[in-house]
Design a protein around this ligand. Structure first.
Ligand code: GDP
Ligand code: MG
Length: 674
């Protein structure tokens, strides 16, 4: 809303400009007036529109032309005053004043004009006949008014109209010649209609109308008033009311009517409530409210925002198949000035057999946008009218800024629900396949994706200890000389090599050594295309040896060349690692990093095995290598103990306990040998 309004009065000498101002201020006609009144400011609380208003007089005798031009450029509205009994002063309106003002103002930012016929007490007839053609000729003339400083007639009205012309201008809304709403106004009102049509049936029913009324004017409509409104529309057009609700046509007609009856403020109130400025653009404050995001924090949508997005989905999923067909997507984004989702979105989130974005996929895409570019998410929520429908202060109420990641690490706990995994690997190693498999697409389905529809992101949900979490996979372009901060910043790293390509592991090894060897971010080595023949990698260490050396999990075999949708296990594991990066004992099998695995590796040593075998032979006097029954029994108990360790880990037991358990296992193992 505007901070203040500046009204300038111009016109020929002696038409009564100064008297009008004095009459307004003192509420009586001054017998004697100065040539020019001092600039006066009316405080906000005594003006009808509650905006401080400055009134500025002009006197040819006291001011230079330059001063006049300055005042014109400062004014928000200009009243051209003439005396109704002075023909010459009327002629001067068109011959002098309007051209002079137009010359001094930009065509795009013309100030509204008001024609003021003063001294109406001196004549019987009205000057309107002469004035109306002028009004029709010049679009910038907002209105005209006849008044008398002497009789105090229409004085406060005059200043009220001037104020209104600034605060609720006709220009952007209505075209007087065509007698219809301007296209940009129709567009804005159509968006408002769509946002308010909560069930998307193309009709504002009584509930929706009441909600709309409450939202815009803070009061519901009385049942009778509601009927009256509909009756007015019914009387004027055939398809304005349908099924006892207001159609878009009826809604637009009502606003045309408001404007034609001089009640622009009604339409403006609606437009402003839905975030529009004077040029009928959504304001920056509405679309981009402040959200402070400290470093090492991420952005997520909160529960309320998901509920809202769910209702938006339901409203547009007309066939109730829990997926959005291309038409439904188009319909959903009709309230946007542009289509925000490209064809790549269909390969970023989950889709159904037809390739349509599912409900889960839709929420995932919102989650992704919020995580990667919260400003964009705020903007999109603005178009959908989140803060209006959910009666929130701003779109910012939809966003949760998570706790600093470093505090999460310290406390070994996180409340976050979105985790990012950067996927790195040489060209052709199978990164995209890994991303697409997360969306349930096997190799065959992936081959149908057009090159220009491919996405470098994939996001979906996984369950970690019963909690639903989002895992965001990001495929990083393979160029390890230029990996940026953003390429490296994530919660878990996935290094992909192709088991069938001997040159592919080197990239993983180099990237790991250059960027992740000292980082706290957990890393997983992925042996992609595991359905193909595994070849020896051209690297000094085999992937297994490399992992062992660097205390990484052994390479995880992965293939998306499956008949069914590929398995989701690896994604759950990645999410778990992202959630619990501190938990070194994160797997009981062979993570190669935890104390248990170290013990296991020790036991697996060739030397120890041969001693064991020899001991067995000596003790049991048998040539067979079969272990004694006691040993088998212990092996079972080892497994049980492993489970216990893992279970404790899941409950975040301190690493000390996790150390002693494997140590105990080790001793048990050695004892069984003796
Ligand atoms: P300005 O030069 O436009 O500022 O005009 P003034 O306010 O100085 O008024 C010029 C003359 O017209 C003064 O003698 C006023 O008393 C007189 N006058 C101003 N307004 C009215 C009015 O509404 N009715 C009548 N009868 N005289 C007016
Ligand atoms: Mg004067």
């Amino acid at each position: 809303m505007r901070k203040d309004v500046r009204i300038l009065l111009v016109g020929e000498p002696k038409v009564g400009k100064t008297s009008l101002i004095m009459s307004l201020v003192s509420e009586e006609f001054p017998d004697e007036v100065p040539l020019r009144a001092e600039e006066i400011t009316i405080p906000a609380d005594v003006t009808p529109e509650r905006v401080p208003t400055h009134i500025v007089d002009y006197s040819e005798a006291e001011q230079t032309e330059e001063q006049l031009f300055q005042e014109i450029s400062k004014a928000n509205v200009i009243c051209i005053v003439y005396a109704v009994n002075n023909k010459k002063s009327i002629e001067k309106v068109t011959s002098h004043w309007i051209p002079l003002i137009n010359d001094r103002t930009d065509k795009d930012s013309r100030v509204p004009l008001i024609l003021v016929g003063n001294k109406s007490d001196l004549v019987e007839h009205s000057s309107m006949e002469t004035i109306l053609p002028i009004m029709n000729q010049y679009q910038d003339i907002e209105t005209c008014v006849e008044c008398s400083a002497k009789n105090l007639k229409n004085i406060s009205e005059l200043f009220y109209y001037a104020q209104k012309a600034v605060l609720h201008p006709t220009g952007p809304l209505y075209c007087p010649e065509e007698k219809e709403l301007k296209p940009s106004c129709i567009k804005s009102l159509t968006r408002i209609f769509k946002v308010s049509d909560l069930d998307n049936d193309g009709i504002l029913n009584d509930n929706e109308l009441n909600f709309f009324q409450r939202t815009c004017f803070n009061t519901p409509l009385a049942p009778q008033a509601l009927e009256d409104v509909k009756n007015v529309v019914r009387r004027n057009m055939t398809d304005g009311v349908n099924d006892d609700g207001l159609t878009l046509k009826g809604f637009l007609f009502l606003h045309t009517l408001f404007i034609q009856r001089g009640r622009h403020e009604t339409t403006w109130t609606v437009l402003r409530r839905f975030g529009y400025d004077d040029d009928l653009e959504l304001t920056q404050e509405y679309l981009f409210p402040m959200v402070k995001i400290p470093p090492d924090c991420t952005t997520e949508l909160n529960h309320n925002a998901y509920l809202f997005l769910q209702s938006v989905f339901d409203k547009h999923d007309k066939d109730r198949d829990c997926a959005l067909s291309p038409e439904e997507v188009k319909d959903l984004f009709k309230v946007f000035p542009y289509m925000p989702w490209g064809p790549d979105v269909n390969h970023t989130v989950g889709t159904n057999e037809q390739g349509w974005i599912t409900y889960q996929g839709y929420l995932s895409q919102w989650t992704l946008t919020t995580y990667l570019d919260v400003q964009r998410s705020l903007e999109y929520l603005g178009y959908l009218g989140y803060s209006i429908i959910y009666e929130q202060e701003s779109q910012a109420a939809a966003i949760t800024v998570t706790r600093n990641k470093r505090i999460d690490l310290q406390k070994k706990q996180t409340q976050r629900s979105v985790f990012r995994c950067n996927v790195l690997g040489a060209r052709g190693s199978g990164k995209s396949g890994f991303l697409q498999a997360f969306l349930g697409k096997n190799l065959q389905t992936q081959r149908q994706i057009r090159e220009d529809h491919k996405s470098f992101y994939a996001i979906s949900t996984t369950y970690v200890y019963g909690q639903e979490k989002y895992l965001l996979l990001h495929e990083v372009m393979p160029d390890f000389d230029f990996l940026s901060e953003a390429d490296l910043a994530c919660d878990v790293v996935c290094l992909v090599y192709d088991v069938n390509n001997p040159g592919s592991f080197e990239y993983c090894a180099k990237v790991y050594k250059q960027y992740f060897i000292d980082s706290k971010t957990p890393c997983v080595m992925l042996a992609a295309k595991s359905d193909l023949h595994e070849v020896r990698q051209h690297y000094s260490l085999s992937p297994h040896e490399f992992c062992r050396k660097h205390k990484l999990h052994p390479p995880q075999p992965f293939t998306c060349s499956t008949i069914e949708a590929p398995s989701k296990d690896i994604y759950t594991r990645l999410t778990t690692m992202a959630m619990y990066p501190h938990a070194r004992l994160r797997c009981m099998c062979a993570c190669n990093r935890c104390s248990y695995c170290l013990c296991q590796n020790l036991l697996k040593l060739e030397l120890l095995r041969s001693i064991k075998a020899q001991l067995c032979r000596v003790v049991f006097n048998s040539s067979s290598q079969r272990p004694p029954p006691l040993y088998s029994l212990t092996k079972r108990s080892v497994t049980a103990l492993c489970r216990l360790t893992h279970g404790l880990l899941a409950r975040e037991v301190t690493s000390q306990t996790c150390f002693w358990l494997p140590f105990f296992l080790f001793l048990l193992h050695v004892f069984t040998l003796c």
